[in-house]
Design a protein around this ligand. Sequence first.
Ligand SMILES: Cc1cc2nc3c(=O)[nH]c(=O)nc-3n(C[C@H](O)[C@H](O)[C@H](O)COP(=O)(O)OP(=O)(O)OC[C@H]3O[C@@H](n4cnc5c(N)ncnc54)[C@H](O)[C@@H]3O)c2cc1C
Length: 370
Amino acid sequence: MRTIAIIGASLAGLRSAQALRQQGFDGRLVIIGDEVHLPYDRPPLSKDFLLGKVEAVPLADQEDLDALNAEWRLNNRATALLSSGEVALADGTTVEADGVVIATGGVPRTIPNTRVLRTLDDAINLREAFANAQHVGVIGAGFIGAEIASSARALGKDVTVVEALPTPLTRVLGAEMGAACGQLHGDHGSTLITGVNVDSVNVDGGINLADGRRVDADVVVAGIGMRPATDWLAGGPVKVGNGVVCDAGGVTNLKNIVAVGDVANCAGHRAEHWTSATEQAQVATRNLLAGETVATHTNGGYVWSDQYGVRIQFIGRATDDVRLEDGSIEDRKFVATYRDSQNEEDIVGIVAMSNARLFTRLRRNLKQVV
Ligand SMILES: Cc1cc2nc3c(=O)[nH]c(=O)nc-3n(C[C@H](O)[C@H](O)[C@H](O)COP(=O)(O)OP(=O)(O)OC[C@H]3O[C@@H](n4cnc5c(N)ncnc54)[C@H](O)[C@@H]3O)c2cc1C
């Protein structure tokens, strides 16, 4: 391969570029990103960045970026994949490549008159909006919504979180552990309203709930998930369906095109987590250079979330058979395991609050990997 184009200049894209060089690829590397910024880390955006404790956190320093010897096409959007190796860009140029890495992540779902938090620019705007707000409304009590609520509360705001499900995070952690996470809001003086949809949000920020109630808010943030950024691939040669469809090694229906990170639907599973994006970059680029799938992902879908001073960690999958292994939910310090419904000895998932040590130890016993 002489030229590889990477679409998406963020975590998965950068880690793919680094992995390609580490694996000896010495050809032309073109990295295309529609943001103006060099790759920066997203997790701090909902945490220390909102609190004003850090500014943008680069994913690599200038020396590492220089060592990549890559052509950066930033502030430029890939508009189409014209063939298995020709990428059209918004500035009217095209890039001819022998291999393509798709790393375009996701686009947040939104509700009129709300803000979202996905990019550094979103975070800058939100931080400014928080400075002038007393009451912050958050729609969605998933990881990112909960982190935004936690940061707003730490800034001294009145916070109301509205969640459509009866219990937050049920789809990820199951009802019992989701409820444990939901309790963190009340512990710290935020109001959590569950089991009700949002009808609309007013221009002045008030949230109108489907049951007729109204939540006052000066600023409303929607943390209601995202959709994979695949619009630009429509009608092209790569198969798309809840992300870019690829095998367990990130290889798409075309052997010279791989997908990594939040946009990649690998063997029916799409992770939206930092560690998955990093690991997928290693594996998928190996397969890209090999011209076939020689390795598959083994990350297990690890995710962490920092809320109200508590670190939540989760890996694997949730089942109904969840067992407390250590600590107590009331103390907000515990580790629980999820057992396989067929064989209760098998640990298929682990969740922890503020107990990283035992989480890491039990992780070695995890049966299932994604
Ligand atoms: C606020 C926030 C907090 C988070 N906190 C955590 C956490 O605590 N723990 C955790 O495990 N995970 C966390 N995550 C998730 C983690 O950051 C993501 O999983 C990770 O960023 C995925 O990397 P990615 O490169 O696949 O996608 P992204 O980081 O979304 O990058 C995709 C890039 O591609 C660009 N792009 C899209 N379309 C095009 C196009 N057509 N042409 C060119 N460029 C394009 C986008 O603008 C973007 O720059 C958080 C995410 C956010 C937003």
